[in-house]
Design a protein around this ligand. Sequence first.
Ligand code: PMV
Length: 307
Amino acid sequence: MKIGRGNAIGKIILLGEHSVVYGEPALAIPFPSTNVETSIFKSNGLGVLNCIYYMGELVETPDILLGLTEVIKGITEKFKEDYKKLNIDIKSTIPPERGMGSSAAVAVATIRGLYDYFDEALSDDELLKWVNISERIIHGNPSGIDAMITSRGEPLLYIRNQPFKPFEISIGGYLIVGDTGVKGKTKEAVEAVAKFIEKTPEEGRSLIKELGLITRTGMEKIKEKNINDFGQLMFKAHQILIEIGVSDSNLNTLVDTAVENGALGAKLTGGGRGGCMIALADNKEEAYSISEALIRKGAKNTWISEI
Ligand code: PMV
């Protein structure tokens, strides 16, 4: 029996979330500590979708999976197959709704799996087109950064509607990701920022510009391998993200804990209002000690990765 297989990895935004929606740059890296694998095979009866949110017939998927279901329907139609006759099995270690790119990565793995099932070549552009269809249904007005980074799988300086710029990142440190265990509310946070700018346009726009400047400076610091300055920029970005109303007490507690335990920098990552934070450490020992401190302060999970 033909089995189509596809995979994808999670992502972390180092700098630039929210301001990226307004045309400022964002720096994001793939995060291979978390991944998704999708397998697709023919069903004898009505096909079943098996994933973290739902296990049941494909024809009855809940609204939360609407983006993914539309993409499955679109691709099967393109290759003249009935989507209802496929079994789709999605195994993911990316925690959902935590700012780690889960929805985009699930879409990437499933699209790759479908193209593999149909023995069709998949170009980068086509992959991105399908992921964006799913992301727009889920998030409303996404900047496209999640779709881009999970489909490319390489560190990117991303500016909305501009050609992406891959970059080398070897800053000589360790990234610790701490999960508050609370689902992030990206859509709500993006809407809150829009309201903030509408209410106080001058202040709002100047904070967004400041975030943009932090990201550009961060890019320079990466090139210079200046990990200390990069860490300071993370703190600064977090303070502005608090000001524009997208942090919360759980994230702030974990960021403060990282700082108290010697992190060179720390901030929320992704949409905020729940989800994950990141911290930067000089070496492996410090990374482990920060990670332990985060767990003691209530982080539900942590990941450590060399950058
Ligand atoms: O929460 P995530 O991982 O989907 O990241 C969202 C990033 C934002 O800048 C807040 C929104 C966007 O569309 O870029």
